[in-house]
Design a protein around this ligand. Structure first.
Ligand SMILES: [Zn+2]
Length: 235
């Protein structure tokens, strides 16, 4: 058994080392804009437990370099294990049409390079579901998932969607246990990586189930994750 963090961001190495000592084996680290893409790639080269994602967070759609799609495309081409994130929509931030344009550009790259995407959907889950309906093949992780029942039912129809939780709430009991992952979103709001350990214990099936889900999510890696039991992979 191992622990993982399905969604966090770059932070001081000492924090990753501390979390590793507590049993965390993998950290999915999301970049938020082109300014930190290279940093996340480099961090993953130094620490193989860091699984890197490059994307444009909906809060950072201003001041993107003109050729950002090409630059991201080159990174994906050069690094077969790099995923796409953090991307998505935020209903509390301005300019949803521009957010959606950036989001769709990322989804198109995900389709071309066959990479999973890590999605932020704060107060925008309905619109996210509308857009994802056009990308049925793409494996998606819905980060800090907290949608309402009606929206949950809609996402349950998608075959390749995983729900990443920061806390376990009653309304989330609708989620199939084999599609749940857990995350800290650290260091946002001073959250700590090791917070996931307790959240995972409260999920149905506990860490045993979560570990299977995590390996399943990563089945797109040509050689699987290190130490992954053979035969678990669906794709
Ligand atoms: Zn985040």
């Amino acid at each position: 058994m191992f622990y993982f963090d399905a969604h966090c961001h770059l932070q001081n190495n000492r924090r990753f080392e501390k979390a590793k000592k507590l049993g965390l084996k993998y950290f999915i680290v999301n970049a938020t804009n082109p300014d930190n893409w290279e940093e996340v790639i480099q961090a993953s080269k130094v620490m193989p437990e860091i699984l890197p994602c490059l994307g444009v967070h909906p809060w950072y759609i201003d001041q993107l370099p003109i050729h950002w799609v090409n630059i991201l495309s080159q990174y994906l081409n050069k690094n077969p294990n790099v995923m796409i994130g953090e991307i998505g929509l935020d209903g509390t931030k301005p300019d949803l049409p521009r957010q959606a344009d950036v989001f769709e550009n990322c989804l198109k790259l995900a389709q071309i390079y066959k990479r999973p995407v890590h999605i932020h959907g704060h107060q925008a889950w309905t619109l996210i579901a509308d857009i994802l309906a056009c990308y049925p093949q793409t494996v998606c992780l819905l980060h800090h998932f907290n949608a309402k029942d009606q929206q949950i039912h809609r996402f349950l129809k998608f075959e390749n969607v995983y729900f990443s939780l920061m806390a376990v709430r009653k309304s989330l009991e609708l989620l199939p246990p084999e599609r749940v992952l857990v995350e800290s979103d650290s260091p946002d709001k001073s959250r700590r990586l090791e917070n996931v350990i307790e959240v995972g214990k409260k999920c149905r099936g506990g860490w045993k189930q979560l570990d299977c889900n995590f390996l399943d999510f990563f089945s797109y890696f040509p050689d699987g994750l290190p130490d992954a039991p053979k035969g678990l992979f669906r794709w």
